[in-house]
Design a protein around this ligand. Structure first.
Ligand code: BT5
Length: 275
């Protein structure tokens, strides 16, 4: 569905019943204890960044019913129709070096996959680096945008989009996108999906702050990975390589064994499965 950008941003201080319910579930909690809701916004990440620059506190959430310019990575678009899905951005202020900030995507992947599996009973998995897939199709995407201060992380805006009750994906995404509803054949309350994601995120983030990308978190990621053991083509900075995925290493890089038996580390980029 294409949303026409009205040029108007509709801030809704109370929000519909599902948002009110979410607020009461998250009351006093780290992630989502403070939720700003918009019926329509350009991008929750953009709004969250503005709050961050104005001194917003850690755990602040910007939530929207629809986005007119939902963002994916590298200038891509995130389809964000009203009334069905979840679009949320969480403000985090981890006291970590900037080089470690990409690890936030790793912990968010674990949290989102766990939450979606828990709520739906479906086998939600992480497709490196930032997709959550069910039966190989994308049900959620993560966009972590960070702001640096010297070599430290000033803040991270963690955006999560989940296709919850989409009846069907638009034609161009039909083969690659799905929703909880499509996979389970029933609707799910957005309140519960959001609550589960914020709760899992709080747990994974707390562990990360204590121990960094610990063996426990690495193991949790590997267990939920969709790509481990699979043959993939990886693209990074115009370079292409093929190999079998071994899993995530201690720094959050993906390890591949290429056809010559060499172990390669991928720290960014895209992978696609080879059938
Ligand atoms: C992502 O980018 O997967 C990150 C998506 C993050 C969206 C959230 S919503 C809340 C917050 N506010 C924002 O503005 N963004 C975040 P990437 O890996 O670049 O994937 C984008 C690609 O996924 C597109 O080029 C499409 O092919 C596909 N796509 C677009 N919309 C989709 C959807 N709703 N479901 C599944 N796939 C989609």
């Amino acid at each position: 569905m294409e949303l026409t950008h009205s040029g108007q941003e509709v801030m809704n201080p109370d929000g519909p019943a599902w948002v009110e319910e979410l607020r009461s579930l998250r009351k006093g909690q780290w992630i989502g204890g403070n939720i700003h809701f918009f019926s329509e916004v350009d991008s929750t990440n953009t709004r969250a960044r503005e709050w961050a620059l104005k001194g917003g506190g850690e755990g602040l959430v910007i939530l929207a019913d629809a986005q007119s310019r939902g963002k994916g990575r590298l200038g891509r678009r995130w389809e964000s129709p009203p009334g069905v899905n979840l679009y949320a951005s969480v403000l985090l202020r981890p006291p970590i070096p900037a080089v470690e900030a990409p690890q936030i995507t790793t912990l968010a992947g674990v949290a989102a996959a766990r939450a979606l599996a828990h709520v739906s009973g479906l086998d939600a998995r992480i497709k490196w680096p930032n997709d959550i897939v069910i039966h190989g199709r994308k049900v959620a995407g993560i966009l972590a945008e960070m702001e640096m201060e010297g070599d430290r992380t000033r803040f991270v805006i963690l955006g999560i989009g989940v296709n919850v009750n989409w009846e069907e994906a638009p034609p161009d995404l039909k083969g690659t996108a799905t929703s909880l509803r499509i996979e389970a054949g029933k609707e799910f309350p957005r309140t519960l999906v959001a609550d589960a994601i914020f709760a899992e995120l709080g747990n994974a983030y707390a562990l990360f702050l204590r121990e960094g990308l610990s063996p426990g978190l690495q193991e949790a990621w590997n267990q939920r990975s969709w790509v481990n053991e699979k043959r993939v083509t990886a693209l990074w900075e115009g370079q292409k390589m093929e190999g079998r995925v071994l899993g995530l290493d201690r720094d959050g890089a993906l390890l591949l064994r290429d056809d010559e038996g060499q172990i390669r580390r991928l720290i960014a980029g895209e992978i696609s499965l080879r059938m």
